[in-house]
Design a protein around this ligand. Sequence first.
Ligand code: AMP
Ligand code: ZN
Length: 116
Amino acid sequence: MSCIFCKIIDGEIPCSKVYEDDLVLAFNDINPVAPYHILVIPKKHYESIIDIPENEMEIVGHIHNVINKIANKKGFNETGFRIINNCGDDGGQEVKHVHYHILAGKKLPMYEAEKK
Ligand code: AMP
Ligand code: ZN
């Protein structure tokens, strides 16, 4: 059985699409925590970032290129944004298909890694 994000890629589950090319899909998060909350996912299923083999890591560079394109198009290239990749249980990953969160559109609150 394919995962929920694979179902979105296959069109079995609808999404609010932001960007698509041969390798990646970007869509609005269903439960946004910022004015812009966009998920960028590879079309190929990898459970998490740690499962991407070294010789396929160029997909991550491509995802970053796409994030820049989206930032430029939406205009938050000027105001700033945050990229988050949760990996595994301790990282808080709920959906086990690699995804990058883009958060933008407001001054974002401090997050765990910044807490003393
Ligand atoms: P994570 O905790 O990093 O695994 O984040 C998973 C994210 O996927 C959460 O922010 C959810 O709100 C989001 N999400 C889950 N299902 C959907 C869906 N069908 N469409 C859009 N976003 C979703
Ligand atoms: Zn998947």
